[in-house]
Write a protein of this length. Structure first.
Length: 62
């Protein structure tokens, strides 16, 4: 699914950047050598970036 139409970034692109250490939307854009355009994707990117942190927190609590 597309996250950022302006920069042609999909969920998998955001997750790949996250897996390489990106923790903010700005870091995701830098990882893909792009810049935010309209900004509508920022909320969705933040949600995707939180996915891993939430899963890691749950795993530690177990």
């Amino acid at each position: 699914m597309y996250v950022c139409l302006c920069n042609d970034l999909k969920c998998r692109d955001v997750r790949a950047a996250r897996d390489r250490g990106a923790r903010t939307p700005a870091q995701v854009f830098r990882a893909h050598d792009t810049r935010p355009q309209c900004g509508k994707c920022i909320g969705c990117m933040k949600d995707i970036l939180k996915e891993e942190r939430s899963a890691a927190s749950l795993a530690q609590a177990s």
